[in-house]
Design a protein around this ligand. Structure first.
Ligand SMILES: [Zn+2]
Length: 436
């Protein structure tokens, strides 16, 4: 049994943000109360040994649920695999991750869904749930067998990495997905507008002499998909929103009652295009970093609930790939191990957003919207749980990262505020930054 004494509990699922004692027994949260005596705890332990943790000055919250991770297995295990990715997850405070379907082969059948799920179970760290593709071969033309893929364990459908260019295919996807009750996750990017762009089109892309991607490449598809969700009544989730126009469109659609949620990636809340230099391939992401004004709109959208969730878009790549010239390097940041600390240091500490809102957006809401276990420390809930130390600082070094990938803008930099203990169903899987 675990006894966390005098720890600040953040659990927006029960509107709790206060110092408490927490008991965990048999893989579940047994009790959260104001204070407990040794006698009371030993009675509740019923003979079981009690591990006591001094929680003073630390936070405990439900394990983070990341609805957007690329684990690269099957097919690109030189970048990451399900075992290394799920270890990186628990090191970063994530107890549940959703694996994107754009692997090689893509996850477009029940057998492949089952493979990802079983590899996740076998790894035994974070819970790993597969996302299936929307279309066969991610070709954007023919829909997958959604019902059988759901039976195999798919928790959502997405052609992420590619936009579904054909609006009729997207409309049918939203219509058919209703029968499964699962979400369609849209990677909003008009292929023709994006062209061969390498970063956001604007003053910075001109300065760097790189082809630009206009903000409209995202926002026109956001507008289209919101209209299709409204027309069909389908359940839509918008991945990695990055522009002011997208935030405005989502805000208006929600006011009309459209069944939509949206996520934002930490890097779009922290960085902007004017910071980019020609060697900063670690900040080359898709969608690209936007302007300072976009960043403000995204923070405001996350604060007011227009943007429902945080998600990493963990995108591991090899050093060789990211060492290429900017225009040839692949898009993406490997962020599972640094995302929470980066948000803490850059947004929570300066007072831009509250930690309560961060936990709601990264745990409570993903659980509710995707129908997953977790997101709550109510008595009886599985103890998927994180102890966070705001004073713990660490240099992000290649030797300590457990992901296979090193493509993070925080490499060789110091971050402060880290998960120092992580439990999955009451089992300790990370202690003092070491994955057990
Ligand atoms: Zn995407």
């Amino acid at each position: 049994m675990w006894w966390l004494k005098d720890v600040w509990v953040i659990d927006p699922s029960q509107k709790l943000s206060a110092p408490r004692d927490v008991l965990v027994k048999g893989g579940q949260v047994l009790e959260i109360s104001s204070s407990m005596t040794e006698e009371e705890v030993s009675v509740k332990a019923q003979g079981e040994a009690v591990d006591t943790v001094d929680g003073k000055g630390k936070f405990v919250f439900p394990g983070l649920i990341d609805v957007h991770t690329h684990l690269r297995e099957p097919g690109q295990e030189d970048k990451e695999d399900i075992l290394s990715g799920s270890r990186a997850a628990v090191r970063g405070g994530f107890t549940t991750i959703l694996a994107m379907a754009n692997t090689q082969p893509v996850i477009d059948s029940r057998a492949l869904v089952e493979y990802v799920r079983m590899q996740g179970d076998r790894a035994g760290f974070a819970h790993v749930h597969p996302i299936g593709t929307v279309t066969k071969g991610m070709q954007g033309t023919e829909l997958v067998e959604m019902a059988t893929m759901k039976e195999g364990g798919a928790v959502a459908f997405s052609d992420d990495g590619k936009n579904i260019q054909n609006a009729e295919v997207m409309r049918l996807a939203l219509e058919y997905a209703k029968l499964t009750g699962l979400l369609i996750i849209s990677h909003c990017e008009d292929k023709d507008l994006a062209g061969e762009g390498q970063m956001r089109r604007g003053v910075s892309s001109a300065r760097m002499g790189l082809k630009g991607i206009p903000a409209s490449a995202e926002s026109v598809i956001v507008a289209r998909d919101l209209m299709l969700a409204e027309e069909t009544g389908g359940r839509l989730h918008l991945a990695h929103i990055s522009t002011t126009e997208s935030v405005d469109l989502i805000r208006q659609a929600k006011a009309r009652g459209v069944n939509v949620t949206a996520e934002v990636n930490p890097h779009h809340l922290i960085f902007c295009d004017e910071q980019l230099g020609i060697t900063d391939t670690f900040l080359k992401v898709n969608p690209p970093l936007g302007s300072r004004a976009d960043r403000e709109s995204l923070i405001e959208g996350l604060r007011d609930g227009t943007i429902d969730m945080l998600a990493t878009d963990h995108a591991p790549h090899t050093q060789a790939e990211k060492s290429r010239p900017f225009a040839e390097a692949p898009f993406g940041i490997a962020s599972l191990e640094t995302a929470l600390s980066a948000v803490w240091e850059n947004l929570v500490v300066p007072g831009r957003i509250s930690m309560d809102r961060v936990i709601e957006a990264w745990s409570v809401t993903p659980a509710l919207r995707f129908g997953l276990q977790g997101g709550s420390l109510v008595a009886g809930a599985p103890a998927d749980m994180v102890l966070f130390d705001p004073d713990f600082s660490e240099v992000i070094e290649p030797a300590t990262l457990v992901s296979k990938a090193r493509n993070t803008p925080f490499l060789n930099k110091t971050l402060q505020g880290f998960p120092v203990m992580v439990w999955v169903e009451g089992r300790l899987v990370q202690r003092n930054r070491i994955v057990l």
